[in-house]
Design a protein around this ligand. Sequence first.
Ligand SMILES: [Zn+2]
Length: 503
Amino acid sequence: MLNQLMPPVFKYDVGNMKDLNERIKRWSDYDQIPKIELQDVIAGQDAILQLPKALQSLDVKAGRRVLVTMDETIILRKGEKLKEQVLKLLSEAGYAVEKLVLTGDEYGVVHADAKQVEKVKTHLDKTCAVVSVGSGTVTDISKHACFLYQNENKCERIPLISFMTANTVPAYTSRSSIITKDGVKRTWPSRTPNIVMMDVQTLMDCPLHYTVGGVGDLFPVFSAFADWYLADCMGTATVLDACWRIVDDIKDLLIPYMGEIANRTSVGMEVLGKCLLVTGLTMTFAQDSVPVSGYEHVISHLLDMSANYDKRKTGVHGQQVGEADILALINMEKLISGIDKKLADGGIDIDKCYPSADEMQEKVLQTFLPIDPTGKMGRECWNDYSQKLKSWNDNRPKFEDFLKNWPKHRAILTELLPHSALACARALNKAKHPLLFNELDAPITEERFRWAMRCANLMRKRFTSADLTFFLGWYNMKWEDEIIDRYYEIVKTVRAESSSDAH
Ligand SMILES: [Zn+2]
């Protein structure tokens, strides 16, 4: 049994928040990072049974009204309807349970938008507690409704418990919520739940295509820090070491446990779940989603923004992110070797890296006009993009300095990119994550993926490798073809390896 996998040892175990808080207190930069709001994560095979106790620990006594938010999806736990089990457990514990079902679009998909947030908000009062039973969307809507209600009514935090129904997104522990505005996905400051319930049985019973979405949504850890570092070099952001440290377990455990995750064993679900919850903490420290949301996320956001126009349903977020992450890593690898080559051979013409605001405004508006003829989407994007363009212009000396000190920056970037595009694709494949565009839960054409990759930089103010590629003037059809060719080559390699492993 030489290859036997040891039980996972977490450095920062969200399942033991007390210990985790003690550990991070020893960090020298502890005083500079925001405190973790999340009080507890109740993890375990049958954690569901501890739900009433969790409410009591928040001083929510029997008899109080508990609003249970959910969508229409039927979720089975050991063959029984999970949501009914939750409602029953709470009523039996003496709570006045109110069920609130959020209804979806024509495909049954609930979107996290202002309307849904408002709907939950109208059911809140100063004495209720909320239990959200769902994954990213239901969690974000519930978090944000509580957050807005508390602010508007200047009242205490509404006790909020988030019951994870899928290992899909970091939303459970993140202090921000992704809520759509004018058809554009935006991250808003929000709150975390008081307690997250991680019922391992529920996660094991969750359909594989959602679970692989959770896997996909973790891969930005291996690329977005490098994007963030680039933004830091260009003077538009500040990287925090604590954010990189708190994701140590993701760096150490995620890939080795891929087989367990793919088989949805209890240990696999525990590793995946805890890794996802940790990404919420890194975002809390950054007070932003930046540590785990770079170029790959904007590609995914653009895929969502074009879904309506393409008449396709919006796909599982993490799956899109997982595939987009391979593309983002290929772009990053090309970018680094491109800078190496250019600097070795004549340098970079910096004057050419600064397009005018007029030119870019036209480009942004024209890019989104076909998918939203009202022009609202384009204006919302330009509103954000113009801020990035301005700071890129204002910080020209930073870019000059970046190129002058390229070897130093290159070394740091390499450190922040622990796995190559090929290694990530290999791990995703092991997790049974889709690798081709048409294999996604909501299949997407190569053409649409190319568009999202090409236009991603135009959507928001966060600077990523996509912006640097664009400002350098390197993103053209040849560059794009090379990325796509490399992508297919990687997929072919990985698939060939796994079929030879199987024989
Ligand atoms: Zn994500």
